[in-house]
Design a protein around this ligand. Structure first.
Ligand code: SAM
Length: 209
């Protein structure tokens, strides 16, 4: 992501956060405990929202500009955590390292969604949970979906490889997760093309688990 985009991210998101995104984040993270991995942590919007029961937090962020904003957050925060520069497709952790993983507004941007989810599954312990909050294709709104398809080539270029038409719920299921809770809702105050979202919890199952 370009440096100005990293610097402007929090400002650009402020209205959306206040209109409900912040509450979604808080509610999703509240049940977490133990060792947690967050992928694509961006500027660290979730950091202050993790409950006390989270004993160890590792956050990844491959973009160096985002990471420098994140590093500032980490320095000024009270929680001890580790920041790692790796992309979600290549996580430098052993199998079954974490109790839970978190992805908020990241699976739209990763280069290879299937690989990223496979890696997250690999580093989760059997039965570990994935918390997700992602904007997705408007599969039930044909007009909006057409606009998403039309905008996507330009949007990806100006918004850090953010895709508008990913069917992330299906990708999570295909990567060996069982979705245990899901809500589909419009992200208020967001541009129409990124408004449809899915959020919830999934459990790492699958043939090898
Ligand atoms: C829209 S921002 C979301 C930031 C943060 N997760 C949030 O909830 O505000 C998308 C983030 O995904 C990160 N990202 C892009 N490709 C990635 C990849 N392959 N692996 C991990 N993170 C990635 C970007 O650098 C950026 O920080």
């Amino acid at each position: 992501m370009l440096k100005p985009a990293a610097l402007l991210y929090d400002r650009a998101m402020r209205g959306v956060e206040e209109a409900g995104l912040l509450e979604w984040r808080r509610a999703l993270l509240a049940p977490l405990s133990g060792t947690v991995l967050e992928i694509g942590a961006g500027t660290g919007r979730n950091l202050a929202l993790y409950p006390e029961a989270v004993t160890s937090l590792v956050v990844t962020e491959p973009d160096r500009h985002m990471r420098s904003v994140l590093a500032h957050q980490v320095r000024t925060g009270t929680r001890r955590l580790e920041v790692v520069g790796a992309p979600a497709e290549h996580l430098p952790f052993a199998d079954s390292t974490f109790d839970a993983a978190v992805s908020t507004l990241v699976l739209c941007s990763v280069a290879d969604q299937a690989s990223a989810l496979r890696e997250v599954h690999r580093v989760l312990r059997p039965g570990g949970s994935l918390v997700f909050l992602e904007h997705v294709a408007a599969e039930d709104r044909p007009t909006r979906l057409r606009w998403q398809r039309r905008f996507e080539p330009v949007w990806k270029r100006v918004a850090g490889n953010c895709h508008l038409t990913r069917t992330t719920e299906r990708a999570i299921g295909s990567a060996g997760f069982e979705i245990t809770a899901i809500e589909r809702a419009g992200m208020r105050k967001a541009p129409g093309v990124v408004r449809p979202t899915v959020r919830g919890h999934a459990t790492a199952v699958g043939p090898d688990r």
